[in-house]
Design a protein around this ligand. Structure first.
Ligand code: ADP
Ligand code: MG
Length: 317
C-alpha cells in the first residue's frame, strides 16, 4: 500500500513534546496525517493520545515542537500558536471529546445550531441587522438549518431533532457529537474514542459514517480508538504511542504484526495472534470504562502524576 501520508500531508506533527511538571506526557513525537484519509492513534491508557489532541486543537500549548496544518489550497497554519477557538474557526479543525460534551438541556437540533453560531454572527455583522432580517443573515441562517438537517439525517437522528440531547442513548450522543463537529465544516476531524461504549451494531454504523466523512466529504480524520474492529476496519494509517513516544507507524497490516506494538499492549510477544491480543487489550479497556462508569479512564499501567499541572487549561481534559 502506498504511504500517502509521507507526501503532502494535511497535518505534520513535528518533534512535539508536552511536559506537565516532571512528567513528559509526549516526548519528541513526529508523524503525519494524510489528507482525506483515516489515521488511528492507538496505545495503552496514559500513552499520551488525548494530550496529542489537546495540542492539535489548541487546548494545550506544547512545550516544544510544531503542528503544521496545510489545506489542499496551500494555506498553512501553525496550530501550536493558535487558541482553540481559532483552530476551529480559522484552521478548520474540529474535535469530539473522550467524555461526551453536549449541551444536555438543549435539543438535538439546538446543539447543531449553536455549533454554527460563529458563522451566523459573522453574517450578522455583529449588529442588530440580524434581528431585522438582513439578507446576508437570512441566507446564513437558512444554510445553517440545511447543514443541521443534512447531518441529522446522516447520523440517523432526524426523528430525535427536538428531544433534549441528554435524553439520547450513549451511542446516539456520540453520533450527535460527530454531527456537531461536522457542522463547523472541518478539514481535519479529531475523534477521541468515538466507539467507546457502543454496541457492535452501533460501532458498525460508526465505521460507515466515518468512511463516508472521508470519502464523500474529503475530510482527514484522526481517530483515537481502542476498539480494534474499528481501528483495523477503517484506518488507512496507524500511529502507535507508548509512554508518550512513537513505537510504530504504518499501515494496519504492518501494525498488526509489529512486535513492539504487541509488547506495549500486553507486555508479551505472541507472533501467532497479534490481532487477538490487540482485541483483548481493547476488551480490557472497555471493561475498565464500564467500571469507571464511562466518566473517566483509568490507566492500566502505573503512571506518574505531575505535582503541578502547567497546562494552559489543565481542567479541560
Ligand atoms: N493537564 C494535565 N496535567 C498533568 N498531567 C496530565 C494532564 N493531562 C494529561 N496528563 C498526563 O499525561 C499522560 C497522558 O495522558 P493522556 O494523554 O490522557 O493519555 P491517553 O489519552 O493516551 O490515555 C498521563 O500520565 C496523564 O496523567
Ligand atoms: Mg485519552
Amino acid at each position: 500500500m502506498m504511504r500517502i501520508w509521507e507526501n503532502n500531508p494535511e497535518l505534520e506533527v513535528i518533534h512535539l513534546t508536552m511536559r506537565f511538571g516532571g512528567l513528559t506526557a509526549i516526548g519528541d513525537l513526529s508523524f503525519n496525517i494524510a489528507r482525506k484519509q483515516i489515521t488511528a492513534l492507538i496505545g495503552p491508557n496514559g500513552a499520551g493520545k488525548t494530550t496529542v489532541f489537546n495540542c492539535i486543537t489548541g487546548f494545550y500549548k506544547p512545550t516544544e515542537g510544531m503542528l503544521k496544518l496545510t489545506h489542499e489550497d496551500g494555506k498553512t497554519f501553525l496550530l501550536e500558536r493558535m487558541d482553540d477557538f481559532m483552530v476551529n474557526r480559522v484552521a478548520h479543525v474540529a474535535r469530539t471529546f473522550q467524555n461526551i460534551r453536549l449541551f444536555a438541556g438543549m435539543t438535538v437540533v439546538e446543539n447543531l445550531m449553536v455549533a454554527q453560531h460563529n458563522a451566523l454572527m459573522n453574517a450578522s455583522g455583529f449588529t442588530i441587522g440580524a434581528l431585522f432580517g438582513s439578507k446576508g443573515y437570512k441566507r446564513a441562517d437558512a444554510e445553517a438549518i440545511e447543514n443541521s438537517k443534512y447531518w441529522l439525517d446522516k447520523v440517523g437522528l432526524m426523528n430525535r431533532a427536538d428531544d433534549p440531547a441528554g435524553d439520547l442513548s450513549y451511542g446516539a450522543q456520540r453520533r450527535l457529537e460527530i454531527a456537531r463537529a461536522m457542522c463547523t465544516k472541518p478539514r481535519l476531524l479529531c475523534l477521541d474514542e468515538p466507539a467507546a461504549g457502543l454496541n457492535p451494531r452501533e460501532s458498525d454504523e460508526l465505521n460507515k459514517l466515518l468512511l463516508s466523512i472521508r470519502d464523500d466529504h474529503g475530510v482527514a480524520i484522526i481517530l483515537i480508538e481502542h476498539d480494534m474492529s474499528v481501528v483495523m476496519g477503517i484506518s488507512d494509517h496507524i500511529v502507535v504511542l507508548d509512554y508518550g513516544r512513537k513505537i510504530a507507524d504504518g499501515t494496519p497490516d504492518e501494525i498488526k504484526s509489529d512486535p513492539a506494538v504487541i509488547r506495549a499492549y500486553l507486555g508479551v510477544e505472541d507472533e501467532d495472534a497479534p490481532v487477538e491480543i490487540l482485541k483483548e487489550a481493547a476488551a480490557m479497556h472497555r471493561a475498565e470504562l464500564r467500571e469507571a462508569g464511562n466518566t473517566k479512564t483509568k490507566p492500566t499501567k502505573p503512571v506518574l502524576t505531575a505535582k503541578k499541572p502547567i497546562a494552559k487549561k489543565a481542567v479541560r481534559k
